[in-house]
Ligand binder design. Sequence first.
Ligand SMILES: *Cc1c(COP(=O)(O)O)cnc(C)c1O
Length: 347
Amino acid sequence: MLPAAVLEQVQKEFLNWQDTNSSVIEVSHRGENFIAMAHEAEKDLRELLKIPDNYKVLFLQGGARAQFATIPLNILGKSQSASYIITGHWANCASDEAKKYCSIEYIDVRSDLDEKSAIKPIDKLNISEHSAYVHFCPNETVDGIEINEVPKTNLPIVADLSSTILSRPINISQYGLIYAGAQKNIGPAGMTIVIVREDLLGRANDLLPSVFNYQIQADKDSMYNTPPTFSWYVSGLVFKWLKKNGGLANIYKENRLKAKILYDFIDKSDLYFNNIHKNNRSIMNVTFNLYKPSLIKTFLEEAKRAGLYGLKGHSVVGGLRASIYNAMPLAGVEALLKFMCEFERKF
Ligand SMILES: *Cc1c(COP(=O)(O)O)cnc(C)c1O
């Protein structure tokens, strides 16, 4: 979802943006209006995330999956290995791509606790000093798993925050690099945000395409090539919406509440269950299943009739999933609860 207020503003000014008599998707990205908007979006993002001055913010393309490949090509330098903390689906995908460029040290932290899926403590990991960086995915979108600690290591931590960025305050200085596709918790698809500490720049592989070279894009204010202008513009409006609504401290409070009422209900239910340990339950992606799996199809059909969409679990894990990103209001979660409750009574 995107915030309704943002979509309404986009609609209102779509044909005539800032009195230019043009749409924002028609103007030049090098024009004065667009440049000013782009700078303001970066300023607002820096304010929301409290990004220190020694980090660059890049607005790139290719999604998180492009970063899976371009991260090693940008920051391996002379090193020939990297460590990947394996937490679930996306950590696996990231390491599969990176292993084309270097040797991978896999640190599998998945385990079980009280018969539920859990993540082992990550504060005392044994990480090879030969690695150029440690890759970490704190919110596993597909699995519905979240890790609330950040690994302790002297190596730069590279984090895929695609499904958790802006859902809560974070301490940027714990990371060497953060990346996130815009389409989950920021704005429309097409843009990838990379926040990178300056000392990790300038060591790119010569074969890396320039559009993906962090140093080149940083030097050109992310306009070495034409950036994803519409996504950048809408994301800028989302940053303003977040600032107006109490910033990340407030959205975190709302996000925790939304997740809590959903998990509390599921845990008490005789039809639904969630098999993730409470220490590692995602507040963005609530995965759940039915004790009668044959009812999943009916659940999805009836949910759709009730105006509740997108509840099918990722094809890799099946089951059901409520992705309750920032823009999902509490009322949306309450509507889902009401439906789930009625469905349970009926079946
Ligand atoms: C969705 C997602 C991806 C894939 O993003 P693309 O932009 O489609 O490449 C990668 N990592 C995480 C954590 C995701 O949630």
